[in-house]
Unconditional design. Structure first.
Ligand code: UTP
Length: 234
C-alpha cells in the first residue's frame, strides 16, 4: 500500500458547476483508494475564478480574493465528499494536521485551500511531505510539462521526465495573483524540490488517465524526479 496525494485541479473536476466531472471521477478515486492511502486536494475551478473576478471588479484586495477562492475550493471539496459517500471521510480537512488525523479512518481524505497567496497545488505539495507520500500527482488540463505554455505556443517542447530544478525554471516564469494560472504553482514546485517526492503531472480531462498512470503505469504525462528510479505503476 502506497500513499498518494493528488492535486485535482478545479478546472478539471468542476470547470463549471453545471459541467463537472465529479461522477466520472468517483470510480477512478475509489479504485485507487481500494489499494492505496489516498488524499485529494480539490481546486476552485471556474467558480473560484468567477468569484475572484467579481471581487476584483469591486476593488477588493488580492488577499481577500484569495480567501474567497479558498471558500470555493472547500465548497467543491464538500461536493466531492458528499458524492463519494462512505468512501470519503465526511468532513473537509481545513489543515494538514486535520488531514493526517482524518486519514486514521482509512477513508479518502479531501481538502481544499488553506492559506492566501498560493493555490491548492501548494497545499497538496506540503500535504505530500506531511504524510510521507510515495507520489504527488498533479491532475491538470495539459498532458504534462512543456518548456512553454502549449496552449499559447503550439511548438512547445514536452518533457517526459525532468528534474525539480528544471521544473522550477519553467514554472518560475509564471505569475502569482488570485486565480492566476500555471501548470503548477511555484510554491508547490519548491516544495517538490525540497521534499524529494516524485511528482507526476497528467491530463485529467479523461479521468481514467489517473488510474491508468498509477495502477498500470500507462502515463501520458511527465514525471519530475531527481533519480531515474521507476515510479509507476505504484
Ligand atoms: P486553485 O488551487 O483552484 O487555483 O485555487 P487555480 O490555479 O485556479 O487551479 P485550478 O483552476 O483549480 O486548477 C483557486 C484560488 O483560491 C485561492 C487562490 O486565489 C487561487 O487562485 N487559494 C487557493 C488560496 O489563496 N490559497 C489556497 O491555499 C488555495
Amino acid at each position: 500500500m502506497k500513499t498518494i496525494v493528488i492535486s485535482l485541479g478545479g478546472s478539471i473536476l468542476i470547470p463549471e458547476l453545471n459541467n463537472n466531472r465529479i461522477q466520472a471521477y468517483l470510480p477512478v478515486l475509489e479504485t485507487i483508494a481500494a489499494q492505496h492511502r489516498l488524499f485529494v486536494v480539490v481546486g476552485g475551478g471556474g467558480g473560484a475564478r468567477d468569484y475572484i473576478g467579481v471581487a476584483r471588479d469591486l476593488g477588493i484586495d488580492e488577499g481577500t480574493a484569495d480567501e474567497i477562492g479558498i471558500l470555493v475550493t472547500r465548497l467543491n471539496a464538500t461536493l466531492l465528499i458528499a458524492a463519494l459517500g462512505d468512501s470519503a471521510y465526511p468532513k473537509v480537512a481545513e489543515s494538514h494536521s486535520e488531514a493526517k488525523k482524518f486519514a486514521e479512518s482509512k477513508k479518502i481524505v479531501v481538502m481544499g485551500g488553506i492559506t492566501p497567496g498560493q493555490t491548492t497545488d501548494a497545499v497538496a505539495a506540503v500535504l505530500a511531505e506531511r504524510v510521507h507520500a510515495d507520489v504527488f500527482v498533479n491532475v491538470t488540463s495539459v498532458n504534462g510539462i512543456y518548456d512553454k505554455d502549449p496552449k499559447k505556443f503550439p511548438g512547445a517542447k514536452h518533457h517526459r521526465t525532468l528534474t525539480p530544478k528544471q521544473l522550477i525554471e519553467i514554472v518560475g516564469r509564471g505569475g502569482l495573483g488570485a486565480g492566476s494560472h500555471n501548470v503548477l504553482d511555484i510554491i508547490a514546485a519548491r516544495v517538490v524540490e525540497r521534499s524529494h517526492i516524485p511528482l507526476v503531472v497528467l491530463d485529467g480531462t479523461r479521468p481514467e488517465n489517473l488510474s491508468d498512470a498509477l495502477l498500470t503505469g500507462h502515463l501520458d504525462g511527465s514525471i519530475v524526479s531527481e533519480t531515474k528510479k521507476k515510479i509507476l505503476p505504484l
